[in-house]
Design a protein around this ligand. Sequence first.
Ligand code: SF4
Length: 311
Amino acid sequence: MRLLWMQAGACGGDTLSLLCADNPPLEQLIDEGLELLWQPSLSTGSTRRLMQIIADVTADRTPLDILCVEGSLITAPRNTGLWDPLGGRGKKDVIAELAGVAHQVLAVGTCAAYGGVHAAPPNPADCVGMQFSGIAPGGLLAADWRSRSGLPVINLAGCPTHPNTIAKVLAFLLRGVPLELDQWQRPIDFFASMVHQGCTRNEYHEYDMEDAALGGRGCLFFNLGCQGPLTLAPCNQELWNNRSSKTRAGVPCFGCTSPGFPRDGDLFRTEKLGHIPLKLPLGVQRAHYMAYKDLAQGAAPERLIRREMEP
Ligand code: SF4
């Protein structure tokens, strides 16, 4: 199965993620039949070699099973894409042409999926995602665009994407396992549970034990901007490097797998209405939450109030 990886407006973080994957590792995928036609950090050929690969793929001389796109698509100036050129054209046009002949198209990272950091206001390079512009359907490709497999762009959201999400999705495709996508075109197998689930601060959340400064053991939702209860991602189910996650390291979840990422405002501060966060955990009603919050704090066990880990 042939894979071509194109990097557009990117920091390279998703490539680093791919290299960190260990379940399964990239080497195993290659042993199972994944052929990397081109990956910017792993391929040693010249740009001329890349242009030849692109010519062969777009002319259908080399079948392309998987096109991976990393980074937002730069469309400036005036929709030419020439601020990010390749072979005398905007790279975005080359990528659109490759998508037209690929069996599957993966947007690896939130920038490729929705525009991400580079598309944040004022978006000077007019960046878009592959098939979304933020939460609006339609990006480089129209909302009703479909690859040769019949699927839309598969969005492996994350800033960066979790290493093993990339590797497992590639393994699914290699083995012919079907992928079901959610409304944001993310594979449900990897984006069905919240970052909040599995967070070691969860008990503090339940009893409304709020941290007001970084460095504590309490929940980061009420004051410090944590988006864990609003964000679908595997970060606390499958730890990064088998070891940690943002919230385990004491950093609030920024909601980087969401199409609206990065949100406008201070990432380390929770916006509130009165003493209640403006945005509540997914699906929770404000009136119920207010009643719960007042009761929860009163019922908190002493060991949590003292910020002790064990009873
Ligand atoms: S720190 Fe964030 S993810 Fe952890 S329990 Fe609090 S809200 Fe949930």
